[in-house]
Design a binder for this molecule. Structure first.
Ligand code: NDP
Length: 275
């Protein structure tokens, strides 16, 4: 009897996760049979849950808030990008029985911005708002696109400065306060990686930063425009996207790591947008 490979996503909360639907579509597209569930894990319970999942024959796990750092510690080996991020969103059982930890968030973001939206980052000034786990997770992959400069602006500017120092060998980085984000920065691509949109707040930057030709990206996704993207539009900055494509892109990279098959993220994106 052949057993079907099992995967899951863990987090707390987890009910909202779209990952099972996304992976079901990838599996159908690539002719794979897999089981992919979502699992609520108690705070402090990550190690026990992950150990039990892999002991029971699980092949791979996605990890979301707040367990990415626990997963980083749980993995036996790490990819370079996971090592730099200090966080893991994908665990994969290896042939020798060890567990590999990867972070596919940056690959998802770059796929969405560069491949799907066709916003080139090469030679551009990119401004990232926020300095939390998501920024550490994507920065290495962003810098590999050879932007002219990445300016990291955060409410707590010390956190932005620490990230700039950590990643300085990979490109030109500068830390500023949110108040310093204005027209004088001449931003080409503005990425909102704060969690402000989740509480319908706006980061305290000057609306003068927005311009007609720049691109605006909000890592949060929503039905309709996020508050940040509405604000950009009100300031005549209409090239924009929310983070749904990043979510699908990071899932595709996890799927490829597990199944050695690259799914068609664009097709799944169209299905989810229509829904
Ligand atoms: P963290 O909690 O690690 O960091 C949150 C960041 O937001 C901090 O820099 C914090 O500033 C800042 N912030 C929070 N509220 C405000 C506010 N009102 N004004 C200005 N800054 C604020 O979160 P993550 O980095 O993990 O996630 C950030 C966002 O990215 C979340 O909304 C998350 O949903 C989204 N995300 C989307 C993904 C996708 O696939 N689309 C993947 C990963 C994340 P300070 O340091 O000063 O507290």
């Amino acid at each position: 009897m052949t057993t079907i490979d099992r995967y899951c996503v863990v987090g707390n909360p987890i009910a909202h996760s779209k990952s099972p639907e996304i992976h079901a579509q990838f599996a159908a597209q690539t002719g794979q049979q897999i089981i992919y569930d979502k699992q609520l894990v108690e705070i402090g319970g990550f190690d026990a849950a992950a150990r039990s999942f892999f002991d029971d024959g699980g092949k791979g796990m996605n990890i979301t808030v707040p367990f990415k750092e626990d997963a980083f510690r749980f993995a036996n080996t790490l990819t370079e990008r996971a090592q730099l991020a200090g966080a893991v969103n994908t665990l994969a059982l290896q042939a020798n029985g060890t567990i590999l930890g990867d972070n596919t968030d940056g690959e998802g973001l770059v796929w969405d911005i560069v491949t799907r939206l066709q916003w080139s980052l090469k030679g551009k000034r990119v401004c990232v708002l926020g300095a939390g786990g998501a920024v550490k997770g994507v920065l290495y992959m962003l810098l590999k696109q050879s932007p002219k400069e990445v300016v990291i602006a955060n409410r707590t500017v010390e956190k932005a400065a620490a990230i700039c120092e950590q990643f300085s060998e990979f490109g030109n980085l500068r830390a500023v306060s949110l108040e310093e984000v204005d027209a004088d920065l001449h931003v080409d691509v503005l990425i909102n990686a704060t969690s402000a949109s989740l509480s319908a707040e706006l980061p305290a930057i000057s609306p003068s930063v927005f311009s007609a030709n720049m691109c605006n990206y909000d890592m949060v996704y929503a039905n309709g425009l996020t508050p940040f993207l509405v604000w950009a539009k009100e300031n005549n900055s209409e090239k924009q996207s929310d983070g749904l494509g990043m979510l699908i892109g990071q899932a595709a990279a996890s799927f490829e790591l597990w199944r050695q098959k690259r799914p068609d993220s664009q097709a799944v994106m169209s299905v989810f947008r229509a829904a």
